[in-house]
Every structure is written in C-alpha cells, then in structure tokens.
Write a protein of this length. Structure first.
Length: 220
C-alpha cells in the first residue's frame, strides 16, 4: 500500500497543481504558484515519509474520505465550494491582472503557509488518531500534550493558517473572499466533531475543562 500511495501522489499531484493553478492562469510563468508549490511540497513530503516509516496506521486513517456523521457529510460538501473557487481564482487573477500583491507579501505569506503545514506535521507526530473524517476508534485515548495542550483542535489551526495566507501567497486579493469562508466552515465542523467526541471518547469532557480553547488561544 505504501508504495502504491507514494506513486499515486507523485502522479496525481502535478495534475492537480496544473488543473487548479496553471490552467486557469494560462501560463507556466505564474511565478507565485511555483513558490507556493515549494512551500507546500517540502512539509508535505516530510509528513508523507514520516507517516510511511513511523505511523502507517495514521496514514491509513488520512486516506479515509467517507464521513459517517450526517452533519459532517453536509459540511464537507459545503467546504468544496470555497475550496475549489479559492484555488481557481489566483490563476484567473494572474491571467487578467486583477491584483497587485507586493513580492515581499507573497514571500511572507508563503512562509506562513509553510509554518502552517509544519504545525500540522507536529500534530500528526503527537496524535496517531487524527483521521481525515470525524470518528473514534477502539483504544483511542485523549491527547493532552504538545499542540493539544494549547488548543483542542490544533490541526484545524494549522489548516486555517495555511488557507488564510494562501491567497496572498498566490498573489491574489480576490481569493481572500472564498478562502475567508474556511475558518467559519471549520468552526461548524468543530462544533459537531466535539459532539461526537463527548459522546464516544472517554475522558474528552475532562480534557475540555482543562484545555479551554478550541481553536485560537485566548479567543475561542
């Protein structure tokens, strides 16, 4: 499975990048996209090889796509709209020159995208049960250390950092509109996910009392 997965990613990743970034841009001179690809690829490859070598169980969990909870199914369907629009807009923005984002901001935003993904990597190292879908498993325990000592949903925090800075990293002010919906959608997902965790994961209620904030320290 590991070999097939790596081959699948190596084959599909360039196709996805072309379809979402370079095809709308109509040019491979979309330099912001090249920097963004590097900012994503480095931590992505690091994470992939870590999981293949050290935590194949988590890798298998990350491959599950079919949600079991009805509310989560609706949230996932709704999430697809801003996700697709968010990644198509920068290419169109480049083609039609809608935005002028200073180079220094593009670079800084790519650094934040890199750091957001790196944060997710450390979440994976701490918690082997970070499935892509909302579920609990037999033997699963509440994780209270590392990033989980800061907020209850650190992976979503990393994702928000990545998505919020992605439009600027790709040189598009207009892409801020669809990507701006991502934090709101993830908040809805967290509300329902905590309902499932409180119901099915022993010790989660006590963890919520100890770690007050769901997503942003000192705020929520």
């Amino acid at each position: 499975m590991e070999r097939k997965l790596i081959i699948k990613i190596l084959v599909s990743y360039p196709v996805v990048v072309y379809a979402f970034l370079f095809l709308p841009a109509g040019s491979f001179r979309f330099w912001e996209a090249w920097i963004y690809i590097v900012a994503l690829s480095v931590p992505m490859v690091l994470t992939l090889f870590y999981l293949v070598r050290n935590d194949p169980g988590l890798l298998e969990r990350r491959l599950r796509l079919k949600e079991k909870e009805e509310v989560q199914k609706k949230i996932v369907r709704f999430f697809r709209v801003p996700f697709i629009l968010g990644f198509l807009t920068p290419g169109l923005d480049y083609r039609f020159n809608w935005s002028e984002v200073p180079t220094v901001l593009v670079i800084m935003a790519n650094v934040m995208v890199f750091l957001g993904y790196l944060w997710v990597y450390f979440v994976f190292r701490e918690n082997s049960y970070t499935s892509r879908i909302v579920e609990t498993e037999k033997g699963q325990q509440v994780i209270t250390t590392g990033p989980y000592a800061v907020v209850r949903h650190p992976m979503y925090l990393g994702m928000i950092i990545m998505f919020i800075f992605t439009p600027v990293a790709l040189g598009s002010w207009w892409a801020l509109f669809p990507f701006g919906l991502v934090p709101l959608i993830l908040m809805l997902r967290i509300y329902d996910e905590e309902r499932v965790l409180l119901r099915d994961l022993p010790g989660y209620k006590d963890y919520c009392r100890k770690t007050r904030y769901r997503l942003i320290p000192g705020i929520w």
